[in-house]
Design a binder for this molecule. Sequence first.
Ligand code: HEM
Length: 462
Amino acid sequence: EKSECVSLSPMREAVPAPPECERVCVCGTGDLGRSLGLRLLQAGYGVVFGSRRPHSSSSLIPHGAQVLGHAAAAQSAHLIFIAVQREHYDFLVPLANQLKGKVLVDLSNNLRKNQYPEANAEYLQSLVPGAEVVKGFNTLSAWSLQNGPSDANRQVYICGESVEAKQAVMAVATKLGFSALDRGFLSVARELEDFPLQLFPQWRLPLYIATGLSAAFFFYLLIRDIIYAYVTQGKDISFRIIVSLANKVCPIVSLIMLSLCYLPGVLASFLQLYRGTKYRRFPDWLDRWMLCRKQLGLLALGFAFLHVLYTLIIPIRYYGRFKATEHTVSVIRENRTTEFDTTTAWRGDSYLSLGILGFSLYVLLGITSLPSVSNVLSWREFSFIQSKLGHLTLLLCTAHTYLYGWNKFLSSSTYKWYTPLGYMLCLVLPSVVLLLKLLLITPCVDRTITRIRQGWERRADQ
Ligand code: HEM
């Protein structure tokens, strides 16, 4: 069963197929069946719908298709799409003899994982043992079938026991404008049926990391900045939670997550150096970590965006304007003169400029990680941007933070309750990653790594 609820726009008129065209049958006149039927008609197939109540369902059927009872419809074609829910499959049992040797395509999905002991397609095969069951098209929605394939949902997966049956289904998929991928035998059907139920599987770990880091730094800074001021000076500066604290948590989490994108690559290189070969598998945790780098990076970019937006509003904040006016008034009242400090100006401009350059490259990394952009890049271009420019981004953002910290690292008043500032903590990981990367690009290490990547292996006696 398709779990999403779609409202279908009125069916577009399909040109009736010429009499000699290949006929296919679609059992089921629900949203999915009708959308599939329409696309089949548009691709030049003759379509016969099988329905429990052929007379009452014909008003919604795309123009040019025929509606018959299930038995008559199944009789009329070799390829039969089963677009009904699994609970209603028993209508096929009396037709078992008639369906011998025919290809049945199971389009169904479930509402949750492990809803039934076996895959729907395997259940269908057990009901109609003489037919060739192929699982397929279940990752498409009625909506995407009606609107035609786009880049994101061009792929359809199929599986089944019979090679000829799969080829027949793949030919139809290709004619409809999809690219079909044969995933193997019918035992894979369960995996295919679980595909549409997945909810951002690759985003889960990065999301946990982002949430964990944000919560940890939020409470750390809350204690250090707000509670400390309240306990030691009785000052209530809780208003700072909403912008000032957020503008610390966001860049801190962003910088840590950006370094988490580059740490696994560096670790993998050291592992290859240590093992002296590229022909051994990385540990599973490292593999999984490498596979979610894109999601880690995109989330990190989101946090960097928030930091930039929060920074933009600094000049219009009441707190900022009040502080500036108060300073001016006190200078006038005390008849003081203030000297322009060139070092401070240099420092301020430099850290802001580094932030801007870092953020621009950050955005470039994000854009080039999108499939529509990365698809038009060669591997060399892609790895140049993601690796070389990626490390440069990390360097610029780290330098931005170091310069922002400037001499606060040395001042003892920085360490309230003996705790370091939030950004000092967040600088540890990027500094380690950059140092390790620096080691890796030194000529002699780089030479060995390159040889290993080209297939060279260090023998035990070397
Ligand atoms: C702090 C500006 C991009 C990381 C700051 C501060 C400013 C600033 C004004 C001081 C905030 C305050 O006084 O509370 C900018 C601008 C950027 C930019 C204009 C680009 C348009 C970035 C990027 C990163 C980053 C891409 C990397 C993730 C940090 C960190 C801090 C910081 C870690 C220290 C936060 C703290 O006070 O604990 N930035 N930044 N910045 N920025 Fe940026």
